[in-house]
Design a protein around this ligand. Structure first.
Ligand code: NAD
Ligand code: WQD
Length: 339
C-alpha cells in the first residue's frame, strides 16, 4: 500500500478529511491538494493527531494547471480521488460561472494533467442531485439524470466528460460515487462537517440549535406527499463514505469496467421530523422547530438503491441514523464554533 500514492483533491474538506484518515490507517501514501476555500489548515493538524502519520499537503487550486503538472512530476501518483469542488446548491444558482469554472474547468484541468502524466485511475465525488426531481424517488444508477440546479449540472457535466474519456480509452478507470445525504463525523469528535460560512444542510442546523447558537430549526414544508408531510432523504454516515473510497482503490485493480457509477446511500429514507426525533433520542436534547414554507428547489424524497455498490464493490452502509446523530453531536459539542 505504501507504494500506492494517492492524490486527494479537496482532502481538507468534510468527506475528504475522513477519507484521508481511513486511507492513512490502511497504509496508503497520501498527497492532499486543497485551496482551503471551504476548509482550514487546522484540519490537517487534526488528521495528524488522529492518525499519527505523515502525508504531503499542498495549498493550491485545481484550476491551476501548473500546480497539477508539478504534483504529477514530483510524486509518483497512482490514483486520484477528486473531492475538490464548490457544493452549495443555493450559491450555484447565484454564481453559476464560478461553479462552472471551479467544478468543471478545475476537473478538466485535473483530467488533462492526469492524461499527460499517464495516470488513469480517478474517483469522482458526484451527488444524488444529478437525479433531479422524479416521480419515482428510489434511484438506481441507470435512472434518468436531470439536475434542477447549477451545482447538479456541474456534477453531471463532469460525469459525462469522464464517460466520454473512458469510451475512447479503455485504460481509464473512472469511478463515480453519487453520495446521497452525508452526515455524521469521525468518532474521535476531532473532525466533522466544518462549514466556513453559514451551513447549508439539515444536520449542521440541528446541531447549531442544540448548542444554542440558533433558537429553533425551520422545517421547510409539511405538505409533501410523505408520511408526515416533511421531505425525506437517505442520510449516510461520512465514515461509510470513507470506507467506500478505500474499497474503490482495490476496485481499480480488479474491474474490467472503464467507467463505473455507484450510489452511496443506506437504502432507507427519513423525514425531517424523524431526523429531529432521532437526534433528540440520541442526545436527550430538545430541538424546538417551526414549520415554514417549502424551500425553493427542494425535492420531496431522495432514496438510494445501493445494491450495485454491494454487489460489485462489496460496500454497504454500516451506521444507522442514531449513530449518525451521536457522532454529529459529539463533533459539534466538542467544537461549538467549529475548528
Ligand atoms: P467540502 O467543501 O467540505 O470539501 C471540499 C474541499 O475542496 C474543501 O476543502 C475546499 O477548500 C476544496 N476546494 C474547493 N474548490 C477547490 C479548488 N478549486 N481547488 C482546490 N481545492 C478546492 O465538501 P464535502 O462535503 O467534503 O464534499 C466533497 C465533494 O463531495 C464535493 O465535490 C461535493 O460537491 C461532493 N458532494 C458533497 C455532498 C455533501 O452533502 N457534503 C453530497 C454529494 C456530493
Ligand atoms: C435535507 C432535508 C430540507 C435544512 C443538499 C444538496 C445535495 C447534497 C446534499 C451536495 C430537506 C430539510 C434542511 C433546514 C429543513 N449536497 N431542511 N430545515 O437539500 O437534500 O441536499 O445537500 O451534493 O446536492 O442539494 O440536503 O440537508 O439541505 O436538506 O427542513 O434548516 O432537510 O428541506 O428536506 P438536501 P439538506
Amino acid at each position: 500500500m505504501k507504494n500506492h500514492k494517492i492524490l486527494i483533491t479537496g482532502g481538507a474538506g468534510y468527506i475528504g478529511s475522513h477519507t484521508v484518515i481511513k486511507l492513512l490507517e490502511l497504509g496508503f501514501s497520501i498527497v492532499i491538494l486543497d485551496n482551503f476555500s471551504n476548509s482550514t489548515y487546522r484540519i490537517i493538524k487534526k488528521i495528524k493527531e488522529i492518525t499519527n502519520k505523515n502525508f504531503e499537503i499542498i495549498k493550491g487550486d485545481i484550476t491551476d494547471r501548473r500546480i497539477l503538472k508539478n504534483i504529477f512530476k514530483k510524486y509518483k501518483i497512482k490514483s486520484v480521488i477528486h473531492f475538490a469542488g464548490l457544493k452549495s446548491v443555493n450559491e450555484s444558482d447565484k454564481f453559476p460561472l464560478s461553479y462552472y469554472e471551479n467544478n468543471v474547468i478545475g476537473s478538466i484541468n485535473l483530467i488533462k494533467e492526469m492524461e499527460l502524466a499517464n495516470i488513469k485511475n480517478l474517483v469522482f465525488s458526484s451527488s444524488a442531485t444529478v437525479y433531479g426531481n422524479q416521480n419515482n424517488h428510489l434511484y438506481k444508477e441507470d435512472a434518468p439524470l436531470s439536475p434542477i440546479n447549477t451545482y447538479g449540472r456541474t456534477k453531471l457535466i463532469i460525469e459525462e466528460i469522464l464517460r466520454s474519456i473512458c469510451n475512447i480509452d479503455p485504460e481509464w478507470r473512472a469511478i463515480i460515487f453519487r453520495y446521497f445525504n452525508p452526515i455524521g463525523a469521525h468518532e474521535s469528535g476531532l473532525i466533522g462537517d466544518n462549514p466556513i460560512n453559514c451551513p447549508n444542510n439539515l444536520l449542521p442546523f440541528i446541531c447549531q440549535v442544540a448548542i444554542g447558537k440558533r433558537k429553533k430549526l425551520f422545517v421547510f414544508g409539511d405538505d409533501y406527499p410523505t408520511s408526515d408531510g416533511t421531505g425525506k432523504r437517505d442520510y449516510i454516515h461520512v465514515e461509510d463514505l470513507a470506507n467506500a473510497h478505500a474499497l474503490s482503490i482495490n476496485y481499480f485493480e480488479k474491474t474490467n469496467n472503464s467507467f463505473s457509477v455507484f450510489n452511496l446511500g443506506t437504502g432507507k429514507s427519513f423525514s425531517v421530523l424523524e431526523v429531529i426525533k432521532a437526534f433528540e433520542e440520541a442526545t436527550s436534547i430538545k430541538i424546538p422547530y417551526q414549520i415554514v414554507k417549502r424551500r425553493d428547489g427542494d425535492v420531496c424524497e431522495s432514496l438510494a438503491d445501493p445494491s450495485k455498490a454491494k454487489l460489485e464493490l462489496g460496500w454497504e452502509a454500516k451506521f444507522d441514523l442514531k449513530r449518525m446523530c451521536i457522532d454529529s453531536w459529539r463533533w459539534q459539542s466538542i467544537n461549538p464554533k467549529g475548528i
